[in-house]
Design a protein around this ligand. Structure first.
Ligand SMILES: [Ca+2]
Length: 135
């Protein structure tokens, strides 16, 4: 689909069990190969109707008052957010006032039910989202 990103999701799979960010990262591995975690990376690609459908489906699965870990962090360099593949992030819709690295200890990223990102402590318990890339 999108050759520019190489990681256009086939779908997002919302996992409604509370996990730390690192547990979520592990849980998003495909147990068939363990080659790479399929933790979600949020992408909204312009006018691509397929992507819009995927995003709308994702939104319909997110509940208010929950956080959802996604595959973004600033574990390596404070304030420099990378996805789990080590790439600069394209999607930067932060909730107002975020990221704030609250307490000097928020190095993982979650979204809310509006797809707004905010930084959280990596041991925060949140639901999480996995994905599968299109071949
Ligand atoms: Ca941080």
């Amino acid at each position: 689909m999108s050759e520019a990103t190489g990681q256009v999701p086939e779908g997002y799979f919302v996992q409604k069990t509370l996990q730390t960010w690192h547990q979520a990262f592990e849980n998003c591995y495909d147990p068939a190969d363990y080659v790479e975690s399929k933790m979600a990376i949020i992408q909204i690609a312009g006018n691509d109707t397929e992507i819009q459908d995927i995003i709308e489906n994702l939104l319909s699965n997110l509940e208010e008052d929950h956080c959802y870990h996604i595959g973004v962090h600033d574990l390596f360099y404070e304030g420099h957010y990378l996805d789990i593949y080590g790439r600069e992030i394209d999607y930067k819709e932060w909730h107002a006032g975020q990221p704030d690295n609250f307490g000097g200890n928020e190095n993982c990223v979650a979204i809310n039910n509006k797809l707004e990102m905010y930084d959280v402590a990596c041991d925060s318990l949140c639901y999480y989202i996995c994905m599968e890339p299109i071949e």
